[in-house]
Design a protein around this ligand. Structure first.
Ligand code: CMP
Length: 360
């Protein structure tokens, strides 16, 4: 509720601040724009007051603790943004700024959206982890930039002194070319200058490809690490893995994929080839065998027989409740069989017992 209110107030407030700078819009919808700005300012005032209220569970004889708590909350990064959002409009107006200028401070409300972009924390970690590599590429960028500006000054300086008459002047051309923006306001006219421009453009693509590559691989690493930690917790919950020791659990956690299944969904179907086996972390599945279906609950596994025997699935398995499963695909199953025979022996023994039970 609060989240929807904050997003609406921020977006509406920022749009109104933008519209206020556009004279025709301000002339036509001035009243509406002002109303939105005032409503957003009131909303952020209430939001801030809610942040500073004393928690209900605090003992009444602890006023100092309460005040300290409030200060700590305001001094936190989210609290400072709330404070800035609350003051964004009233403060410039009280300071005597004309309304047209005061409206611009509404842009601060954009910051309120940051806390809802959960991916930003991930991006922050990726940039921190890849800082060294990213800084090296940035250094390459600066070296190429200065070298390109120097070469352009030498090649074009005499022909176009206004644009290339000094290295600082030529840097503008180098930035526009290296970033492949190409405004076209400074264009080399000599043969060496054009050859240089071609080289600089290609270097620019290379530098940005490197940046993108470092960030993309950082994202993949970070997501893999997050999945690994989540899987570790889940694997540790499955009793079957309890006796295996941390090393095997870590190995298995790397290979398993989490899968959420809704009630009634068929997870494997009789007669189909086996592509994966599953461990049940939460929920119950029903193995549809004759004469009556069999329930498997938390800690059990299924779908192993087709992988061991290379035969099609011998039963359909349906989720009897919403389930959280860990999926081990066939290629990883085979790899694990080689590397961790103890794990596979346990799975094979259970499969044999089940086959015996079905025949009996
Ligand atoms: P699979 O044949 O790969 O796919 C269907 C799964 O149902 C099977 O592996 C077993 O995991 C499970 N299953 C089949 N028969 C039994 C049984 N009698 N007892 C427990 N599980 C079974």
């Amino acid at each position: 509720m609060m989240r929807a209110g904050t997003i609406t107030a921020s977006v509406a407030g920022v749009l109104a601040s933008m519209a206020a700078t556009h004279a025709p819009a301000a002339a036509r919808w001035g009243g509406l724009i002002d109303a939105i700005l005032v409503a957003a300012a009131v909303y952020f005032l209430i939001d801030f007051v809610l942040l500073t209220r004393i928690p209900r569970d605090l003992p009444s004889d602890h006023p100092v603790e309460g005040a300290r708590g409030i200060l700590a909350r305001i001094a936190g990064s989210a609290g400072l943004v709330d404070l800035a959002a609350m003051l964004a409009l009233p403060l410039p107006l009280l300071a005597g700024l004309p309304p047209e200028t005061a409206h611009l401070f509404g842009m601060v409300w954009l910051l309120k959206l940051v806390r809802y972009a959960s991916g930003l924390a991930l991006l922050g970690r990726v940039i921190r982890n890849g800082a060294e590599a990213l800084l090296s590429v940035l250094l390459c960028f600066v070296i190429i930039l200065v070298a390109a500006a120097t070469a352009a000054f030498l090649a074009e300086g005499a022909a176009q002194p206004e644009q290339f008459g000094s290295i600082p002047l030529a840097i503008w051309w180098a930035i526009v070319t290296l970033t492949t923006t190409g405004y076209g306001d400074a264009v080399p006219v000599t043969l060496p200058g054009r050859a240089l421009a071609g080289v600089v453009m290609i270097c620019g693509i290379g530098v940005f490809a490197l940046w993108a590559g470092i960030i993309a691989s950082g994202f993949t690493d970070e997501l893999r690490r997050r999945d690994f930690l989540r899987n570790w917790e889940l694997v540790a919950k499955v009793p079957f893995f309890h006796d295996l020791g941390a090393e095997v659990i870590a190995e298995v956690a790397r290979l398993l994929r989490r899968r959420d299944v809704s009630k009634g969904q068929a997870i494997v179907r009789r007669g189909q080839p086996g592509e994966a086996m599953f461990f049940i972390v939460v929920g119950t599945v029903e193995v549809q065998i004759e004469p009556r279906p069999l329930s498997l609950g938390e800690g059990h596994f299924f779908g192993e027989m087709a992988l061991i025997t290379d035969a099609p699935r011998n039963a359909t398995v349906v989720a009897a409740t919403p389930c959280l499963l860990l999926e081990l695909d066939v290629a990883d199953f085979r790899r694990l069989s080689g590397e961790r025979p103890e794990l596979m022996t346990a799975i094979a023994a259970e499969a044999k017992r089940r086959l015996g039970a079905s025949k009996a």
